[in-house]
Design a protein around this ligand. Structure first.
Ligand code: HGY
Ligand code: MN
Ligand code: MN
Length: 408
């Protein structure tokens, strides 16, 4: 494999961004995303892969095997990036897979089972508020009917966005049956500090934390900041502030040690210094590897929000965008990755971030290969993985895929 070619490709892909380097902003179906997809398709075809996409833009780059009766071994990840992100999240799993395919082919390997790189659409929740949109549809975890109701912040529909991006067809055709893939393995940066801290080269994921995403809207009365006296106020922002603090408190008291809660979006209307907030909208991200613990947090939060709204005389709507179980990775695939990592310091671990693997695990034996990232930073422009760590991750992926696909 040629790590310099891969590093150049990571930089080329990073240039398709709505933000200046070193930040990367590449929201799904944006102009940057479309240009990046076109560039990537050309790289796949250059490598001799047959490329197709489904109705939501999940893209499949296929290396035919000598035994077409065998189910494809799949790998891949995403290339959409949240605003002001880094250039490795997701990209390592797509370009690293391409490099693994190329190095296998250059070594004379010929697979028995077909092998596919999958680029999943909209792993990030940026546009529609829900993460892993493409892999949810592909795995049957989100119905086409529910997907068709998705709207962005301005009310534009998923269908309008995907049609404009060139992805037509019926969303119901995106679903693949259980057993369609022989296995799925995703290479990804850890997005945490553990591997670097323990000086390990490879993490092998045995469990992926379960995410829940809520949108809470609180509405009060608003009014002139000077004229509306304190006793009569119905201040929506203060209800939102109490809600955000309740998220922190409930996760700390009811969540497991892996439980996390974040109010990452907090919009206030009208948003003027001399106007009592009329409305606030919060988007809340709650995760835990312990599903029961996260459900307990959600149940407690629901009643707390109701109490806050009642005591402050606010109108409230709670929308549960998604509330998913954790993924248990496949012991067989984990063993194959461990064998492929035998010459490198490695360990089994959990993934605190969610990934498309969270949903692929519902239809295929799945696990993930993590590589270290500096200080565990991710979703920020200084996200960074060392070339030698990327190279080791790609080598382990190549060995894993070859073992799973079998040699002709
Ligand atoms: O939020 C996540 O865990 C992923 O990076 N989208
Ligand atoms: Mn991400
Ligand atoms: Mn990711």
């Amino acid at each position: 494999m040629s790590i310099s070619r891969l590093l150049e490709e990571i930089d080329s892909l990073a240039a398709f961004s709505a933000a200046p380097a070193p930040a990367v902003t590449r929201v799904v179906f944006s102009e940057e995303d479309s240009k990046a997809r076109t560039w990537l398709k050309a790289r796949f075809e250059e490598a001799g892969l047959r490329v197709r996409h489904d109705a939501i833009g999940n893209t499949f780059a296929r290396w035919e095997g000598s035994d077409p009766s065998r189910k494809p071994v799949a790998t891949g990840s995403h290339i959409d990036a949240i605003p002001n992100a880094g250039k490795y999240d997701g990209v390592i799993g797509v370009l690293g897979a391409l490099d693994a395919f190329r190095s296998l082919r250059e070594s004379g390997f010929s697979p028995k089972a077909p092998m596919e790189i999958v680029l999943f659409t909209s792993e990030e929740p940026t546009l529609f508020g829900i993460g892993c949109l493409g892999s949810r549809l592909l795995s049957g975890s989100l119905s086409p009917e529910a997907a068709a109701t998705l709207r962005d912040r301005n009310g534009k529909s998923l269908d309008d966005w995907r049609h404009e991006a060139g992805f037509a067809g019926d969303l119901k055709d995106a679903a693949l049956p259980i057993g369609h893939f022989a296995a799925f393995v995703e290479l990804h940066i850890e997005q945490g500090p553990l591997l670097e801290r323990e000086k390990l080269a490879i993490g092998i994921v045995e469990k992926i934390a379960a995410p829940a995403a809520w949108r809470v809207r609180l509405e009060g009365e608003g009014g002139h900041a000077g004229a509306v006296l304190m006793p009569g106020r119905r201040d929506a922002l203060l209800g939102g502030a109490e809600t955000a603090l309740a998220v922190e408190r409930l996760v700390n008291t009811l969540g497991s040690d892996d439980g996390v809660g974040t109010t990452g979006v907090f919009h206030v209307k009208p948003g003027a210094i001399n106007s009592v907030p009329l409305e606030c909208v919060l988007e809340i991200d709650i995760r835990d590897t312990d599903h029961a613990a996260r459900l307990a947090v959600e149940a407690a939060l629901k009643s707390e929000i109701q109490n806050i709204a009642t005591s402050r005389k606010l109108e409230v709507t709670v929308e549960v965008i998604n509330s998913d179980p954790p993924a248990i990775c496949d012991s067989g695939v984990i063993s194959v990755i461990e064998a492929a990592s035998e010459n490198l310091p490695h360990r089994r671990m959990i993934s605190r971030a969610y990934h498309d693997s969270l949903f692929l695990s519902r239809i295929a034996p799945t696990s993930m290969i993590f590589i270290p990232c500096r200080n565990g930073y991710s979703h920020r422009p200084d996200e960074y993985s060392k070339p030698e760590d990327i190279e080791k991750g790609v080598q382990v992926l190549a060995r894993t895929l070859a073992a799973l696909a079998g040699t002709t």
